[in-house]
Design a protein around this ligand. Structure first.
Ligand SMILES: [Zn+2]
Ligand SMILES: [Zn+2]
Ligand SMILES: [Zn+2]
Ligand SMILES: [Zn+2]
Ligand SMILES: [Zn+2]
Ligand SMILES: [Zn+2]
Ligand SMILES: [Zn+2]
Length: 1797
């Protein structure tokens, strides 16, 4: 097989080595210079060397080997291949030559920085020509745009910085760095002229040879042969099996196949797959042909089953080698031209020159072969194109022309290609087309617009019989293509994005040609996806609808842009209008054909139309041609073209009834769907209707349909218009005959309901047609007014965040909504707190512009608005924002339905409450433009009056069901609009003759047939007092007043000037009325305010419980806390009789003997806590913690061999216990837990998946508060106050006794293990019985719970299965007690809270039960075990020759030592039967000993650098004693300790260092002995030190502790210092922990988020050699950047593959991690392998919102307050709980594969 090869491999490098030495690049260059045919010479050289240098032998065995191999190749390439080229090019030594070149270069001002994936890019929203114009971070920071409104995004890779491109920026095109200086070259000047002539010719030929070589090799498609001149001198049988990338097969498939095909490990397969994915190809096997071919066939066979097989080639090694060098050559060219703009231009020339005798240039060849190349090759040549052609303004143009010429071919190739677009040469379009001059040039010279559109249309071949697009029969392949072809729309958008300021005739011509092509496209869309109403049966299959809407959505901006282009030139507009109209007539041809003509008559008017029913015939939502015409029609009005050139417009050809026909059908369809007539057509239709109105589509759909109806109506007799509308709504018969309605009222209920809804919808449509005037061109308004009106109506629903508003407004092609310009004029901003977001609130003065029938309201919105407005009107103050409401504008129809009914209910309720004050009159409408002026006649036409009369008549006699209040409301609104119109016209006119609009006159006329009952006015008057119309009374009153007003105005009009005045002068009557109304209104206001407060309170409660469960629990606990604290804790002892309060030692006072009663949360029974009683337990959660760690690099302990007896002072791993404070009977809890287990088992059988808690690991949720728990702590009774009768031996005596006891125990242990002990039994203190078995003070149920909790700490602490016989069990229980106290002491310190009295009840309960439990847990362990522990612990203080492996005192955490020794002493003490010694004196002595040891420890480790701050006066006693002790230490250790002169400084070091220990000890003894804390420690402030010492029964001069006993202690100190560890550590053998230990914080984050993005973008995956990481993730604990969510960085943890975050978490946070996902701007919490959640990041934009997913791109800044909140959560060990709650609240979080992040 490959044996022969490997031999050759081995000597190949050495053979090369010798050639290195003899090879001279300079000489070779000289030879080439002299050669006649340079190409031949260079080719010969490459043919000889390339196959010997590159790609010799297998690769990919191990990454290190591969790296070394790469370095070797790199070096050889440089020396043997590139160096001679450089010599030849520069004519000098390369380094010097290049430096000279650069010096003489005057660079172009373009930055041209090419973006890496994930790098931040900045665009200025004020100055950028379009959103694709971006700056790199460096340029941005040096630009003026830093101070503007900018947008920040992360690059998807490719593309470059536009700094220096004057066309890309409206202002400020240059940053500081790229500002052209006087010395910089004029852009017109030829940079080649600056180069020496010989260099020009040399470089030209070198570039030409090399580029030709590279192109030949990269486009080479033979696997076994090489181009002429490159054949290797000797050809071995060595091949590569090359695997290529595709986007069809998944990672898993490739990995699986490779393992089978080339017999590699999983790891290697992953590495292969990763490289294939990154570079596009990778050799997976090396050897002879047969060997490789075999692998190929296995791969092909394995992957061909479902799809086309993976692409594999067996390639000769020399071919691969030349291809590799070709890439290196291209990179080399790219580097060389960076030195000189002249060289760059020469390369451009060479690249774009037509090859001799050929049609195309080298660059053409590359482009046209793009889709055949592998990813790596494409990336490199694209990069070269960007560095060369796109950086040279002259050649950029020539290249653009070539690109446009090849456009169709390139796009077609791209369709066939299966790579993403970023690696296709077609993606360069953004660089070329977005330059406005370039786009225009290409449009004019290369027909670019037409080409793009035609190419697009050509790729969508499926059509129906009428030639319309048909998507429903698409295969997967076609759907895929459809996805790709959309990028063409993107290109079209680039071309059109900036409209021309000047038009040439050529441009007009080409644009109109392009428009022709575009109209062809629209014609294929007109009428696509038609629907027919389904009757009887429900449709069987939901028809396809998404493709058509995708297309509509993508084209929306294009359509808008085309209109903008048209609006900028009158001739273009006129011509476009003609073209569009004739396109529409083509669509209409055959429209009325075959339809039966009918004639309709109503109210004395007659119209001819044809029979067509939406409910029976085909109808389509897609009418882009009509809608474009509507858009252009408005432009005719806006630009005044219609007025100025009426003769040029084909207005005569318009047939208004035809114009309105299709849009009307579409609107009727919506109404019918709403009326429930299309229920059987399924969700497909509902979705279409939804998108039709949606903000993404409505601008070019719904809005334009309304405009088309307005246009049609303004050109028609209004009566005719309305009759056609009635007919299409299928309502004509109802209004045409009087008794028809009666007949219907007897028909079935469904039909009545349907008709009622249709009438409402029809009236709403009429309201919109006459009332919607906020489109510039329809009404006399500006774009500004349009946006403002949208915002007012959005904010009338409720206060909204910036992002919500942005979502509710349509974006233009530049992704702008115009919001910012308007928002501050109508709304005020409310800042967010620590949670929630900033909100905009409508200023009350704007609410009068509110229109209930605003056309962009969804039905749900309408009723919400009603509620809101009523509140505002009646309280006259803006309603408070409700934080965190989830009522986003509906995202789907189902949601909006539910929402709607809710809102409607609220509305009805409100109306009932408000009784009268419900008038919501229409706001005054803006005047219409002349072209639309006749629209107003609709309001006073006979047909509408007949309709109004009919509805009012029904309302007068409301029998039967054929009538609704909504109908009446709409009619009243229409009447109101008409009256306002009349009033306005009167106000603005100069004489009555001008005002042709006379609605008041018409409504006083009695009605004509069929409603002969009376005039509209009369009907209104009779309705005014109708009892059943209480709700509308106010509105009717308003109308009648207005009528009276107008009548007055009309009477006075001869003296027109007084019109406005007369409005002000009100008759006496009205004033009185007004007063009355005012009083009533005030009373009403008060009532409403009361009700509102009530409602708010209940709302708040609901919120509290639902949304803020966590908080709710806390507050519940606080309630409990206050009660339990009041009942439980004895008041802080005022010094009773001058005896100060003490918590340890024989003088301490325990809790007054009282029964401790608790209630079980499960059975609600009360129970006394007793050692012998039924056990009571506290739900608790035990977790490992590194929060206090001072050494994160330390490896986790090996669970089997870890010795926990001594805690290292670095506290690298602790066990933390927390509790929610809820108490249960042990038996109740057990029953509950068994039930949870059972439920979980059943659930697992049903469906696989996770819960938020892991039952198998003992986890459960507290039954009361659902807090995550994993064990329970038993409650134990308080200790008694010691009897005053017992002795209190002095330290010396106690020590002596204890040493005796220890000796006896030693002896006993030896005897036990060896059978017999040597030597005599040592003397034993009186009453001490080694063989005594103390009686267990606890009942079996309490003992059982003690074991349960011990096992939990053991299991969590060591990650081992429970093992009751392990001697380490009690140590771990003590450990969690000590560590939890230590953590809480730190927390209190950091938050500057007093030591006692500030803890929440749950922590208080937890610590107290923990302390008492720990002191009792020895009872559950074998006595010898705890005795041994005590002996070992004591030996650390009082060295004992019989104990080995005692650590030195620098390696012991003294607080842990104190807790452990106090706890373990209990078991030794239990052997003392004398009854004369109290355990308390031992505690006090142990405290003294440990404190002295800690003092020594602090003195040894405090590096008191000499800061000479000699204070005045003599030393205090304390200082003196400190110095004494220090000098004692120096005596023992000598020069290892520095000399200290400032005793004052030394003392303050000692005090600061020991404070945390003393505080922790105080907490410990307080909880252990239930001692009440002294008053001084209940507050923070001065006096803490003294109070602490006294509470701990320590001398007020702490150093006395040593001094008073120094004869006893000095020998001990001597032996501590004598430990070899001390000398070693201090001598530099380690970094000792210093005291006080500083509290850990989360890492510092930068203020500006883009700094983070930038950091992350330069972060490379640590595993896959310099590759960019896709999900860079920052550990907030240690600052480590990780490559998350990626195969490359998966590692094995406990036999499972886990992602980088989980792996890091296991070491950095002992299973718990806090991360920031930089690309997503999201905080990630993970716990273990299966749990995690996302948390809002501490970065906010200026609108007080986070941007999770970085979608909006507003600049983000650090919110210190929110970051502190996260830090506190971490320090409090609350992260696991947050995860638990998040997962409980959101089940989808449970399903996320956290371990792979
Ligand atoms: Zn730049
Ligand atoms: Zn710049
Ligand atoms: Zn700017
Ligand atoms: Zn119970
Ligand atoms: Zn609880
Ligand atoms: Zn970390
Ligand atoms: Zn990685």
């Amino acid at each position: 097989m490959a044996a022969a090869q490997s031999e050759r491999d081995r000597d190949a490098p050495s053979a090369l080595c010798s050639e290195f030495l003899s090879f001279s690049a300079k000489d070779t260059a000289a030879r080439w210079l002299a050669a006649a045919d340079l190409q031949q010479e260079i080719y010969r050289h490459l043919a000889a060397y390339v196959p010997r240098i590159l790609c010799v032998g297998p690769s990919g065995c191990s990454s290190r080997e591969e790296q070394r191999e790469e370095q070797r190749e790199e070096l050889a390439c440089q020396l043997l291949l590139l160096a001679p080229l450089e010599w030849l090019l520069l004519g000098a030594e390369p380094a010097a030559g290049l430096a000279a070149l650069q010096e003489n270069n005057s660079p172009s001002p373009l930055c041209g920085h090419v973006f890496k994936v994930g790098e931040p890019t900045y665009s200025c929203r004020e100055c950028a020509a379009d959103p694709t114009c971006v700056l790199c971070m460096q340029c941005f920071l040096g630009s003026v745009h830093k101070e503007h409104r900018y947008r920040m995004t992360t690059s998807g890779g490719g593309g470059f910085c536009d700094c220096g491109d004057a066309e890309a920026w409206k202002k400020g095109p240059y940053c500081h760095k790229h500002t052209p200086t006087s010395s910089s070259r004029d852009s017109e000047e030829d940079p080649v002229a600056l180069l020496p002539a010989d260099m020009v010719s040399r470089s030209s030929s070198i570039f030409s040879v090399l580029l030709r070589y590279a192109v030949a090799m990269l486009t080479w498609d033979q696997e076994d042969q090489l181009p002429a001149g490159l054949e290797p001198p000797d050809r071995g049988d060595s091949y590569y099996c090359m695997l290529f990338n595709d986007e069809v097969h998944t990672y898993e498939q490739v990995i699986y196949t490779l393992q089978k095909a080339v017999n590699c490990s999983q790891k290697e397969a992953v590495s292969f797959a990763t490289t294939v994915d990154r570079d596009g190809r990778k050799s997976v096997r090396y050897g002879d042909f047969q060997f490789c071919d075999q692998a190929k066939s296995v791969i092909v066979r394995n992957t061909s089953r479902q799809s086309k097989p993976l692409r594999v080639h067996v390639m000769h090694s020399s071919v691969v080698a030349h291809q590799c060098f070709a890439l290196k050559a291209l990179s080399w060219l790219g580097q060389i031209i960076q030195y000189s703009d002249g060289l760059r231009r020469i390369l451009c020339q060479v690249g774009l020159q037509k090859e001799e005798g050929e049609y195309s240039s080298l660059v053409d060849k590359l482009m046209l072969n793009d889709s055949k190349m592998w990813k790596g090759a494409r990336n490199i040549y694209h990069q070269l194109l960007m560095n060369s052609l796109l950086m040279d303004l002259k050649y950029k143009k020539i290249f653009a022309i070539q690109f446009a010429k090849n456009y169709r071919r390139l796009q077609t190739d791209f369709m066939e290609d299966d790579h993403e677009r970023v690696v296709s040469v077609t993606s360069l379009s953004v660089q070329l087309f977005t330059v406005p001059t370039m786009a225009r040039m290409l449009m004019v010279e290369e027909d670019l617009m037409t080409t793009i559109i035609r190419t697009f249309v050509d790729h969508l071949r499926h059509r129906d019989l009428q030639g319309r697009f048909q998507f429903d029969r698409y295969t997967a392949q076609q759907a895929f293509k459809f996805g790709r072809v959309q990028s063409l729309i993107g290109d079209l958008k680039y071309v059109l994005i900036s409209r021309p300021s000047e038009w040439s005739d050529q441009l007009r011509l080409k644009f109109l040609e392009g428009l022709d092509a575009f109209l062809e496209l629209l014609k294929c869309m007109q009428g696509m996806d038609p629907v027919v109403r389904q009757v009887g049966q429900h449709i069987e299959m939901e028809p396809e609808w998404e493709a058509a809407f995708t297309m509509q959505m993508k084209l929306t901006h294009i359509i808008s842009m085309i209109q903008e282009w048209c609006s900028s030139d009158e001739r273009v507009l006129i011509e476009a209008y003609r073209k569009c109209l004739s396109a529409l007539s083509v669509c209409h041809s055959g429209l009325p054909d075959g339809e039966q003509p009918i004639s309709l008559s109503l109210a004395g008017h007659c119209v001819e139309t044809f029979r067509y029913q939406v409910s029976q015939d085909k109808v389509s939502i897609h009418l882009p041609v009509c809608r474009l015409l509507a858009g252009l029609h408005v432009l005719l009005s806006r630009t005044d073209v219609a007025n100025r050139y009426p003769e040029q417009l084909p207005l005569g050809e318009l047939s208004p009834p035809l114009l309105i026909e299709l849009p009307l059908r579409c609107l009727v369809l919506c109404a019918q769907v709403h009326a429930g007539m299309w229920r059987r057509n399924g969700f497909s239709l509902i979705n279409q209707i939804y998108y039709y109105h949606n903000v993404k589509c409505r601008v070019e759909m719904f809005d334009k349909d309304i405009i088309m109806l307005q246009a049609g109506a303004s050109m028609m007799d209004p009566n005719h218009f309305l009759m056609i509308v009635l007919s299409r709504f299928e309502l004509f018969h109802i209004f045409s005959s009087a008794d028809c309605r009666k007949r219907y009222s007897e028909a079935n209920k469904d039909v009545i309901q349907q008709n009622n809804t249709l009438i409402e919808e029809m009236l709403h449509l009429v309201i919109m047609v006459v009332g919607e005037r906020y489109v510039s061109g329809v009404g006399q308004v500006e774009a500004f007014d349009e946006v403002r009106r949208e915002i007012i109506h959005q904010l009338s629903i409720r206060p909204m965040a910036h992002s919500e508003l942005v979502k509710a407004l349509p974006e233009n092609g530049n992704k702008e909504t115009g919001l910012e310009r308007v928002i501050d004029t109508v709304a005020s901003f409310k800042k967010p707190g620590v949670t929630g977001r900033g909100l905009y609130e409508l200023r009350p003065e704007w609410s009068k512009h509110f229109n209930l029938y605003f056309h962009h309201y969804s039905r749900a919105d309408q009723s919400k608005v009603l509620t809101q407005i009523h509140l505002q009107i009646h309280t006259l103050q803006p309603s408070r924002p409700v934080q965190g409401t989830h009522t986003n504008t509906c995202t789907n129809t189902h949601y909006s339905r539910a929402d709607q009914s809710k809102a409607e209910e609220a509305q009805r309720k409100l109306r009932r409450q408000n009784g009268e004050d419900t008038a919501l009159p229409p706001p005054p409408p803006p005047p219409l433009c002349p072209l639309f002026a006749s629209l107003v006649n609709l309001l006073q036409c006979d047909v509408l009056l007949a309709v109004e009369g009919a509805v009012l008549q029904w309302a007068v006699e409301p029998s039967g069901g054929g009538w609704t209040e909504s109908m009446l409301q709409r009619v009243l609104h229409l009447v109101g609009v008409a009256l306002l119109e009349e009033q306005q016209q009167l106000e603005n006119s100069s004489g009555e003759d001008d005002v042709t609009f006379n609605y008041t006159c018409k409504i006083t006329r009695p009605g004509e047939a069929p409603s002969t009952s009376g005039s509209v006015l009369a009907l209104l008057e009779s309705l005014q007092n109708a009892p059943h119309l209480e709700v509308h009374k106010d509105m009717i009153t308003w109308i009648l007043k207005l009528v009276a007003n107008i009548k007055t105005m009309r009477e006075r009009t001869p003296s027109t000037s007084s019109v406005t005045v007369c409005q002000g002068q009100r008759p006496e009557e009205t004033v009185r009325d007004k007063d009355k109304a005012e009083r009533k209104r005030k009373a009403e206001m008060a009532r409403l305010r009361r009700e509102k407060i009530m409602a708010q309170m209940s709302e708040m409660q609901k919120h509290f419980i639902n949304e803020n469960k966590e908080l709710f629990q806390q507050s519940m606990e606080e309630l409990e806390a206050s009660t339990s604290a009041a009942a439980d804790s004895s008041p802080p002892s005022a010094d009773s009789g001058g005896v100060s309060q003490v918590c340890v030692g024989p003088r301490r006072v325990g809790r007054a003997e009282r029964r401790q009663l608790v209630t079980c949360i499960l059975c609600q029974e009360e129970q006394e806590v007793r050692g012998h009683g039924r056990a009571m337990v506290l739900a608790a959660f035990v977790q490992r913690s590194t929060v206090l760690s001072k050494n994160r690099r330390k490896n986790l302990p090996d669970p089997e061999h870890h010795d926990p007896v001594f805690m290292h002072p670095d506290l690298s791993l602790g066990i933390y216990t927390a509790s929610c404070g809820h108490i249960m009977h042990a038996t109740c809890w057990q029953r509950y837990f068994e039930a949870v287990q059972l439920k979980e088992q059943r659930r697992q059988q049903r469906l696989r998946g996770h819960t938020s808690y892991d039952v198998e690991n003992g986890e459960f949720l507290c039954p009361l508060c659902e807090c995550l728990s994993n064990t329970v702590i038993p409650l134990l009774p308080h200790t008694h106050t010691p009897h005053q009768s017992v002795d209190h031996p002095c330290l010396e005596a106690w020590l002596k006794t204890t040493i005796q006891q220890v000796a006896a125990l030693h002896w006993a242990h030896r005897k036990q293990s060896d059978g017999e002990a040597e030597g005599a039994e040592p003397a034993v203190p009186e009453g001490f019985r080694v063989d005594f078995t103390p009686h267990n003070p606890f009942s079996s149920s309490v003992s059982e719970m003690i074991t349960t909790f011990s096992m939990s700490t053991y299991k969590v602490g060591l990650k081992l299965n429970p093992n009751e016989t392990d001697p380490r069990v009690p140590v771990l229980s003590w450990s969690t007690c000590a560590f939890t106290i230590q953590s809480i002491e730190r927390l209190l310190m950091d938050e500057e809270k007093p030591l006692f009295g500030s803890l929440p009840c749950r922590q208080d309960d937890c610590l107290s039960s923990l302390a008492r439990f720990s002191s009792a847990c020895w009872t559950a362990a074998p006595p010898t075990t705890t005795h041994t522990h005590f002996i070992r612990l004591l030996a650390a203080l009082v060295p004992d020759s019989q104990v080995e492996n005692t650590p030195c005192i620098l390696d012991i955490d003294m607080f842990h030592l104190l807790v452990y020794s106090v706890m373990s002493y209990g078991s030794v003490h239990s052997l003392d039967q004398s009854g004369r010694r109290a355990v308390d004196s031992a505690h006090l002595h142990l405290l003294h000993l440990v404190t002295v040891a800690h003092l020594v420890q602090i003195l040894l480790t405090s590096t008191t650098e000499e800061v000479c701050m000699d204070q005045d006066g003599g030393e205090s006693e304390e200082e003196e004693l400190t110095c004494q002790l220090y000098n004692t230490l120096r005596k023992h250790l000598g020069s290892v300790l520095p000399e200290v002169t400032s005793s004052w400084q030394l003392l303050s070091c000692v005090k600061a260092g020991i404070l945390p220990f003393l505080r922790a000890a105080a907490l410990f003894f307080h909880y252990l002995n239930s001692a009440a804390p002294p008053a001084d420690l209940l507050v923070s402030g001065p006096g803490q030190w003294e109070a602490l010492l006294s509470f701990l029964s320590l001398p007020s001069n702490l150093l006395q502790l040593h001094h008073s006993q120094h004869t006893l202690l000095d020998p001990l100190i001597h032996r501590w210092c004598g430990h070899p560890g001390v000398r070693q550590t201090l001598g530099g053998g380690g970094v000792p922990v210093q005291f006080p230990r500083e509290s850990n914080r989360l890492i510092e984050l930068p203020e500006d988020y883009s700094v983070l993005i930038n950091q992350a973008s330069s972060f490379t995956c640590p595993r896959s050699g310099g590759d960019k990481s896709r999900a860079p993730t920052l550990c907030l604990v240690c600052g480590c950047m990780l490559c998350s969510q990626s195969y490359c960085c998966q590692t094995e943890l406990d036999g499972e593959d886990v992602g980088a975050c989980t792996a890091h978490t296991s070491t950095c946070g002992a299973g718990l991690g806090l991360f920031l996902r930089v690309r997503e701007s999201q905080v990630l919490f993970v716990a273990g392998k299966t749990k995690g959640c996302f948390y809002p990041p501490p970065y906010l934009d200026d609108y007080g919102e986070t941007d999770q997913g970085l979608k909006r791109g507003n600049p983000l800044h650090l919110c210190a307050e929110r970051y502190r909140k996260i830090q506190r959560l971490w320090r409090q060990h609350g992260v696991a709980e947050v995860i638990g709650h998040a997962q409980e609240a959101n089940q989808t979080l449970v399903a996320i594969d956290w371990q792979h992040l």
